[in-house]
Design a protein around this ligand. Structure first.
Ligand code: KG4
Ligand code: ZN
Length: 344
């Protein structure tokens, strides 16, 4: 089964063709980073307009790379949420239009479930149950996954998302946008123990808090302007990684998880990847770290999720629209038979 998948939840216009939820025939990601960089963050209005310009060429490229046309496809999928409403609407409307024109089923996909499925795309034998740390610009979630489609939310951020903290600290320090990759690179030249920044909610349950850390970095730099920026960012990153790894490791041990998995844009972070691998090895668990391209937003993960959802729940009615606040459904049993459990 060949699925054309579209992802436009934030500032990347992406399309992919995925066969049977596992084989990626093509995956095209057109980044808008340069458009938003002058503003130091994603401007929703600019993102929506750019998606409109890019959606058709990106889909055409994904089909050409896969050497396919509409006639070779079995379904068309798109991310329906969560995300920026103007951005989501472009992808959802395009996918519905293709599905009508080619008389194919439409499948609405939850972006967060997409990030969870990214791991399976690269490691079909991922041992379950797994504890998954999902850390992106918009989300920080710790999830217990015992089967595909069966998730339980263990904890989440009570304020800023991890990527948001990276982006805000980088913006304050004038390191440009997006902040995560800039801090990742600069941190390699700094001392992670130069400044002891606070570890929000350390040791307390599975929830996260990064807002206090961000404020603490800003206050520290104002008071100590001569501290090398590399030391500041390395120490900031160390604080984020410390809590992320501690909580993930504790959850895996409390729940007897077979593997630990990470996803979302921040899962591309070099220090986080290294520390998660070391923690898993020390505890005798498998760590699965999707490739950097699969950690950040892409449409292949949407195609993989759509295949699973289509087989399990059938097509999504065309009346279902984009939902910027869509939550990951953590009690799939409630969803049985509704046709589209991830959409409430
Ligand atoms: O998953 P993603 O591509 O988009 C969202 O759904 O948010 O994540 C983007 C976020 C941004 O905040 C970016 O700064 C962060 O992921 N990020 C990183 C790295 N690469 C991207 N954060 C830390 N280290 C990185 N190497
Ligand atoms: Zn994402």
């Amino acid at each position: 089964m060949n699925i054309l998948a579209i992802e436009t939840s934030c500032d990347d216009t992406a399309a992919a063709v995925v066969t049977d939820g596992r084989i990626v025939r093509s995956s095209v990601v057109s980044s808008q980073v340069e458009l938003h960089a002058p503003y130091g963050g994603v401007v929703p209005e600019v993102a929506g307009r750019a998606h409109l310009d890019l959606i058709t060429p990106v889909v055409e490229r994904a089909l050409a790379d896969a050497r396919m046309t509409g006639a070779d496809l079995d379904a068309v999928a798109a991310t329906v949420g969560p995300g920026l409403i103007g951005s989501l609407l472009v992808g959802v409307s395009a996918a519905k239009a293709y599905s009508l024109a080619w008389r194919l089923p439409f499948v609405g996909v939850n972006h967060l479930e997409g990030h969870l499925h990214a791991a399976f795309l690269e490691d079909p034998d991922l041992a379950l149950p797994a504890v998954v740390l999902l850390v992106s610009g918009g989300h920080t979630l710790l999830i217990h996954m015992d089967a595909a489609g069966s998730y339980r939310l263990l904890g989440q951020t009570i304020d800023d998302a991890a990527g948001e903290a990276f982006d805000k600290v980088a913006r304050f320090l004038g390191l440009g946008y997006p902040g995560g990759p800039a801090i990742d690179t600069l941190a390699t030249e700094g001392d992670p123990h130069a400044v002891e920044f606070p570890r929000g909610l350390a040791g307390e349950g599975y929830d996260f808090s990064f807002s206090g850390l961000k404020t603490s970095v800003i206050n520290y730099v104002r008071k100590h302007p001569d501290t090398p920026v590399a030391d500041v960012v390395a120490s900031f990153q160390e604080a984020v990684v410390d809590v992320a790894v501690d909580k993930t490791r504790r959850a895996a041990s409390d729940l007897g998880a077979a593997s630990i998995c990470i996803g979302g844009g921040v899962a591309a972070n070099t220090a986080l990847r290294q520390r998660i691998s070391e923690a898993a090895a020390a505890d005798g668990r498998r760590a699965f770290l999707p490739s950097r391209a699969m950690c950040t937003d892409n449409a292949a993960m949407v195609g993989a999720t759509a295949w699973y959802r289509l087989r399990r729940d059938g097509p999504t009615p065309l009346g279902v629209s984009a939902d910027p606040n869509l939550k990951l459904d953590f009690s799939p049993s409630r969803a049985g038979g509704t046709g589209q459990p991830t959409i409430r």
